[in-house]
Design a protein around this ligand. Structure first.
Ligand SMILES: [Fe+2]
Length: 265
């Protein structure tokens, strides 16, 4: 049928499509254009994040999904998730209600081209989590965000009294000033130390918790997106180099990785 339709055999099209390799990490499927010389494996690329993402995606729950198209460049949308100053101004009733983030209570981890935010001061916690995810002993204990270069965001956050959720978002540029953010939301698959009464009533609270969690996530993301859409309309300052503050470290790391990738032949 193909020959009749195009009038030539497929091999005569001389199509030069770039081959795409895929590899899996738990429920995640990653794709890349085949690099010269083979390149690193997905496990090497993700490093300590490989066992973590694999364990975080090992859920039997059906994820709630939602997509939002933002009228802003994808890097604006992604940058705001790497910045920890904006919560007070942009999310004053939720994430920023307690004021600016105390730098002493958090730790930023850098893993290759990726980064992570842990609400835990221990510099070894990323390696410890990777090990515990590998042997199946991880528990949900604190707020964590993983930025997988270049455009994947995975957060592990508390919803209410020891009920933890995971939100996965992909920031896909659809135009220079448009970004499609696709999100998946589901309960954390990790065990948790919870009061027995909350476990006994979970069958009932889980009937409405996912809806409330999705509503809250959409609300917070809408606030971020609104800021990005405003920034998109503003002209850039020529030659201006941004100052990177103490809780914007991950933006600097991301930009370093981005510039290095863009400089590749
Ligand atoms: Fe935000």
């Amino acid at each position: 049928m193909c020959k009749e339709y195009f009038g030539v055999a497929p091999r005569e099209l001389d199509a030069r499509l770039a081959p795409v390799e895929i590899a899996a990490c738990g429920a995640f499927i990653f794709g890349r254009f085949t690099p010269t010389g083979g390149g690193e494996t997905l496990e090497q690329f993700l490093g300590a994040l490989f066992p973590i993402l694999k364990a975080m995606s090992a859920t039997s729950h059906r994820a709630r999904t939602f997509t939002k198209v933002v009228k802003a460049n994808w890097k604006l949308c992604y940058h705001i998730t790497l910045d920890d100053y904006h919560q007070v101004a942009v999310h004053p009733k939720t994430l920023g209600r307690h004021g600016y983030l105390p730098r002493d209570n958090i730790f930023y981890h850098r893993e290759g081209e990726h980064s992570a935010f842990f609400a835990n001061r221990d510099p070894n916690e990323l390696a410890a989590m990777a090990a515990s995810c590998g042997n199946g002993t991880t528990k949900s204990t604190d707020f964590r965000i993983f930025h997988v270069f270049p455009n994947l965001l995975v957060s592990h956050h508390l919803c209410d009294r020891q009920f933890w959720y995971i939100c996965i978002s992909i920031y896909s540029p659809t135009a220079i000033d448009r970004t499609a953010i696709r999100s998946w939301l589901f309960p954390s698959p990790f065990p948790v130390d919870r009061h027995w009464l909350r476990d006994r009533t979970a069958w009932w609270t889980e009937m409405f918790r996912p809806t409330l969690v999705e509503w809250a996530m959409r609300w917070i993301m809408k606030q971020d997106n609104s800021v990005c859409e405003t920034l998109q309309t503003m002209p850039p300052l020529p030659g201006a180099q941004p100052f990177i503050g103490a809780v914007e470290t991950r933006i600097k790391w991301f930009e370093e990785s981005y510039l290095a990738r863009m400089a590749e032949p």
